[in-house]
Design a protein around this ligand. Sequence first.
Ligand SMILES: [Zn+2]
Length: 82
Amino acid sequence: MQLTWPDRLTGLKLKLGRDPTLGEMLAEAIDHTMTPAEIEAQRQSYMRAMAPCEHGVADFEECPQCMPGRTARVAGLKIVEK
Ligand SMILES: [Zn+2]
């Protein structure tokens, strides 16, 4: 049976006895083979990210309706209004 990414993270947490750091998760990811379901989820996520938002703006982060106030945090980086 192929391990899913959540299964691998659970195993890593048990082995460490704590939540893994980002570096530890990245090291674990090197050995992970994505399941067909994970590949499909990633494909769909990529397609959503590349498609215009429902308001027709190519980059949803530039859409005032999708990102009112531009205060969202993305990947730990604060988006600052220009
Ligand atoms: Zn939008």
